[in-house]
Design a binder for this molecule. Structure first.
Ligand code: IPM
Ligand code: MN
Length: 357
């Protein structure tokens, strides 16, 4: 039997609740598909930090490198100053494990209430390839004369030829493999950010020459937010930098029905990748059994796909579609008509009962 070693970081807030449901579904699917997921839990997160003062202990990163994948719940604690856990855990994992792609599918499933008038599942089905190790997230810059009237704060966007090119290449390859509209759109701001996005644009059109079968397009990020609402059907695959990718994927999550269903993968094609619901720790819903576990479940599906277990991944998606199509009243926390664990039970049941070919 094919066995995969998976590190699990349930993390903070509702992370542990949704990861529990994700594991339930992954277990159901694994036994159907003849594979085994060997889970090892790590307690990294806000509670551990408050207890020990440590975000990631020494050696943690190297230990995580030894896994086939990482399954993450959420990082962020109301009693910890913003930035400490995000930078100390989530971003550090992304950077040090060189997960240079943040892959975020935006797909409206049948039965899901879309806030956009007259948009159907066939209109909303695209993927954002977000650069995940550079840009404004790189931490370059600094502050002078802090707290004085002469304070200076500088936060620079770092864009390397190598970093931009590997992201764009990944996007072209992904677009070709996805084989849907075979259209890749670069999202930037070439009219203002004339250094950074000049580099992105040149690399984009250079690399495009190697992919004559992929149609290319460009949109400024501000216009992009407009098209997401007006004409989401235009998009197949979008590639963009770290900050713009962060922003447009929250909008993407909303048009696919909300944070309750939005999943993402932090991908290192040559190393260990990490899969997570993109919604965060939702402290106000913690421990109430009301938050939607579908995003975590879908992240588990992405993990299976990335492990090369296509059938198992499709089974997760089919089971999720049964549940959104036939059961849930809404995807919003507390409004699903079911509790967190009941939604997990439903998906796991379909994953057990649906045919696998
Ligand atoms: C995300 C989150 C993170 C980000 C935060 C928590 C650091 O918003 O995964 O989109 O900005 O990347
Ligand atoms: Mn975000």
């Amino acid at each position: 039997m094919k066995t995969y070693r998976v590190a699990v970081i349930p993390g903070d807030g509702t992370g542990p609740e949704v990861i529990r449901e994700g594991r339930k579904v992954l277990d159901a699917v694994s036994s159907r598909c003849g594979l085994k997921l060997d889970f090892h839990e790590y307690d990294f997160g806000g509670s551990r930090y408050l207890r020990t003062g440590e975000t990631l202990p020494d050696g943690a990163i190297d230990e995580l490198r030894g896994y086939d994948a990482i399954y993450l719940g959420a990082i962020g604690h109301p009693d910890v100053k913003p930035g400490i856990l995000e930078k100390g855990i989530l971003l550090r994992l992304r950077f040090e494990l060189d997960q240079y792609i943040n892959l975020r599918p935006v797909k409206l499933y049948p039965g899901v209430d879309c806030p956009l008038k007259n948009k159907k599942p066939e209109d909303i089905d695209f993927v954002v390839v977000r650069e995940n190790t550079e840009g404004l997230y790189a931490g370059a810059g600094g502050v002078l004369r802090k707290g004085t009237p002469d304070e200076v704060a500088i936060q620079e966007s770092i864009n390397t030829r190598k970093g931009v090119e590997r992201c764009i290449r990944f996007a072209f390859e992904y677009c070709r493999k996805r084989n849907k509209a075979r259209k890749l759109t670069l999202c930037g701001k070439t009219n203002v950010l004339t250094y950074a996005f000049d580099l992105w644009e040149r690399v984009f059109y250079d690399v495009a020459k190697e992919y004559p079968d992929v149609a290319v397009d460009y949109a400024h990020v501000d216009a992009m937010t407009m098209w997401f609402v007006k004409n989401p059907e235009w998009f197949d695959v979008i590639v963009t930098d770290n900050m713009f990718g962060d922003i447009i994927t929250d909008l993407g999550a909303m048009i696919q029905g909300g944070m309750g269903i939005a999943a993402g993968g932090n991908i290192n094609p040559d190393g260990v990748s990490m899969f997570e619901p993109i919604g965060g720790s939702a402290p106000k819903y913690t421990g109430k059994n009301v938050v939607n576990p579908l995003a975590a479940i879908c992240a588990g599906g992405m993990m299976l796909e990335y492990l090369g277990e296509q059938k198992a991944a499709e089974l997760v998606e089919s089971a999720v579609i049964e549940v959104t199509g036939k059961h849930l009243k809404s995807l919003a926390a507390g409004k699903m008509g079911y509790g967190t664990s009941e939604v997990g039970d439903l998906v796991a049941r379909y994953a057990t009962e649906l045919p696998v070919d």
